[in-house]
Design a binder for this molecule. Sequence first.
Ligand code: NAG
Length: 251
Amino acid sequence: MKWLVVTSLFVLASITHSVSANKRVAKPLVQVYYESLCGDSRRFIQRQLYPVKTSPLGEHFYVDLIPYGKASTTQSGDSYTFDCQHGPDECKGNKLHACAIRHLNESMSFEFVHCSMVANYPPNALDECTTKLGVEKEEIKKCVEGSEGSELLARHGERTHRLTPKLYFVPWITYNGIFNEKKFQQSLSDFKSVICSVLKDEGKTPESCEGIELLAKQVDVGSGSESSWVQQPRDALLQLLVTFCFLLGFI
Ligand SMILES: *[C@@H]1O[C@H](CO)[C@@H](O)[C@H](O)[C@H]1NC(C)=O
């Protein structure tokens, strides 16, 4: 009987342990809600997101790009029409990105979006960017011109409309799905320090973050401190279980 208790506690402890171990190796996720003809989106991707993501620090976080922004979607039957903040060409550009994100792998789609956002006119960058990156053009073209592009854009729209709080600026940036005003504001001018602060809050200090001035630890109970709040009780529980098993073993 005693061993049954000990064994089940060990099983429980190792489950808890693997859950918290997973949590530790998981990388933060940066979600960027943007639109193709928006100057601030272009600047953020060009000057902040891209240089950091393609530096050694880039392997410590994931990026999720959601091209839609301050648009609206109207569905009639199976088809969609979109109304974009900077006009129809912006919708075309957003579709182009949505299709590239769907049809290229993660690093290539990131390169593609960057290539388009630094081009003269992002909505027309298909030829230029597929050539530059040496990737297949036809598949993306077919997607943009057909119903697939619309369906993908509609899905980006649903994600954007579901945001809480609602997006009031583009690009809109969340960390692990959570919007934090201070992190968002600072991201626009110093994304690196924000990602280093997010990593630090998760107990990670990559070499590339050394000497970087971090954001003051978020004390507000709201958005910012959620991940450490989740992690600590779990670690405490694990400790308790291990100690308990250890003591039981001695009885
Ligand atoms: C992504 O796609 C490109 C081009 O098709 C290829 O060269 C590269 O190895 C792929 N990367 C990964 C991580 O699969």
